[in-house]
Every structure is written in structure tokens, then in C-alpha cells.
Design a protein around this ligand. Structure first.
Ligand SMILES: N[C@@H](CCC(=O)N[C@@H](CS)C(=O)NCC(=O)O)C(=O)O
Length: 258
């Protein structure tokens, strides 16, 4: 069985990591049985979560994981897209994962001390005290360095959030009144979009980015619908800055498709 290694659930959403939500959503949309294990990035083959173990293969990076799943188990999510639609889906995925994601990282790791405390509790709170404190110190410095490397961390907060609002508006306009990003059926882009968006507008990290996303109500409805379809065990709107989500908070859980 596929084993998905990720942070524990928190905040009433599938995961505080956007890319972990993406892979768990993909597995559920594609109806692939899997189980989860908690992990820290240090254990991952590429130093980042999520990663999966499938038989004798250990694979990191959500894009490579999806590629492996498609090659090994078929491509029920994207096989109906035309080449042009596939191109648009890749472009939007890059907007989400390579740009909007970083605006979200800014809100968690560098924007306000209150958000940092909330983020710290979600990402490191489940670890033993010494590992927790060292991990939080090390990774905060590391992520701030990544933000500088990306370039977004060099902008004023005002400029960075203006770019983030543009991303949100582009997504909202493209989604319009469709149930899923590419039409009437979900595709792998929806796994990515839900992962980033629910971690923007559905978690207790407060920022001008979240405030703006909440004004695009059909994006909120979209996240609510995806969560109800893919994670019915997580009722919408029960997010809390303090407590893990119900279900497999720490340890492993099996999700079998029947
Ligand atoms: N491109 C990677 C990004 C994964 C990623 O950035 N994961 C974060 C958690 S959301 C992480 O583990 N960061 C730790 C680090 O960068 O040191 C993917 O698609 O999987």
C-alpha cells in the first residue's frame, strides 16, 4: 500500500502543508488506497514533505509523486483534458505552487509574530520539546532564507500582498462559476489548488492575503466543496489555532477505497 509521509493534521484542514494536502487530495480523488505516517522534512529524500513510499520506491516532490502515480496506476484525473487544457492546468499549477505558495509562506514565517506562533504550533507542536524548539529555530531561519532567494522576501509587505491578491483574482476569474478549475470534473490541478487555497483562506493565519481571498466567495465555496467531497471527516469551519484536527492527528491512519 502507498504510504504518505506528512505533518500531522491541524487546524481542521487536511494538513498545514499545502503540498501534503495536494497529495492526499490527489490520492482520494484518484481513489488510490493509502495510509499516512507523520514525518518531518529531515526524513524526506529531498528534505521536503510530502514524500511517499510505494513498494521499494521512496519518492519526494509532489510533482514527481503525481507523475509516479499516473505512470503506475493510470491517469483517471487528467486523461480527459485536451492538450490545450493540460497546458493551462500546468500554467495555473505553477502560479499556485511557485508564486502564491510563497506569499502564503511569508504570512506564516515572517509577517507577524502572532502568525509565527500559530504556525509554529501546527508544524512543530507535536514534537518533543528539544526537537520542537531546535526545529522551529532552524526552519524559520531556513524558510526566511528561501523567501529571500525566491525574491518575494525582498519586497515590501505591501508589494508582496498586492502580487498575492493578483494571483487570487486570476484564480477566481478563471474558476468563475465552474465546479472545478477545468470544468465539470476534478483534475490534478484541483488537488494543487485546494491544497494552496485551503491553507490561505481556511486556516487561522491572518493576513491581507486571507482577507482578500475571503472576499472571493466562490473560491471559499470551492474549498468547502472539495473538503466535503474528499475529506468528509473534516467539517468545514472548525479551524482552530490551538488544536489538531480530528482524525489521525499524530501517528498513522489508513484510507482504503471500497
Ligand atoms: N516542490 C515541492 C515543495 C515541497 C515543500 O516545499 N514542502 C515544504 C512543506 S509545505 C517543506 O517540507 N519545506 C521544508 C524545507 O524547505 O526545508 C513539492 O512539490 O513537493
Amino acid at each position: 500500500m502507498i504510504v504518505l509521509y506528512q505533518f500531522p493534521r491541524f487546524w481542521g484542514i487536511p494538513n498545514p502543508s499545502q503540498f501534503c494536502v495536494k497529495i492526499e487530495t490527489y490520492l482520494r480523488l484518484a481513489q488510490l488506497p493509502y495510509r499516512t505516517e507523520t514525518a518531518i522534512p529531515f526524513q524526506a529524500p529531498l528534505g521536503k514533505l510530502p514524500f511517499i513510499v510505494d513498494g521499494d520506491r521512496k519518492i519526494g516532490d509532489s510533482r514527481l509523486i503525481v507523475e509516479h502515480l499516473k505512470t503506475t496506476y493510470g491517469d483517471p484525473l487528467d486523461n480527459w483534458l485536451s492538450p490545450g487544457q493540460k497546458g493551462i492546468a500546468v500554467a495555473l499549477q505553477r502560479l499556485l505552487e511557485e508564486h502564491l505558495y510563497w506569499v502564503g509562506m511569508l504570512t506564516r514565517w515572517d509577517y507577524s509574530e502572532r502568525n509565527w506562533r500559530v504556525n509554529r504550533q501546527a508544524i512543530f507542536g507535536w514534537l518533543p520539546p528539544v526537537v520542537r524548539d531546535l526545529g522551529a529555530f532552524y526552519y524559520r531561519r531556513r524558510i526566511k532564507g528561501q523567501l529571500l532567494g525566491h525574491g518575494l522576501g525582498r519586497l515590501s509587505e505591501e508589494a508582496a500582498f498586492a502580487l498575492g491578491r493578483e494571483d487570487i483574482d486570476a484564480l477566481a476569474e478563471f474558476l468563475a462559476d465552474k465546479p472545478y478549475f477545468m470544468g465539470d470534473r476534478p483534475c490534478s490541478l484541483d488537488a494543487s489548488a485546494y491544497g494552496i487555497l485551503v491553507n490561505t483562506l481556511g486556516c487561522p493565519i491572518e493576513s491581507p492575503l486571507k482577507d482578500h481571498a475571503l472576499t472571493r466567495t466562490h473560491l471559499v465555496d470551492y474549498c468547502r466543496r472539495l473538503q466535503a467531497e474528499c475529506f468528509p471527516e473534516l467539517p468545514w469551519g472548525t479551524d482552530s489555532a490551538e488544536r489538531p484536527a480530528s482524525g489521525d492527528a499524530i501517528g498513522g491512519a489508513v484510507h482504503a477505497v471500497v
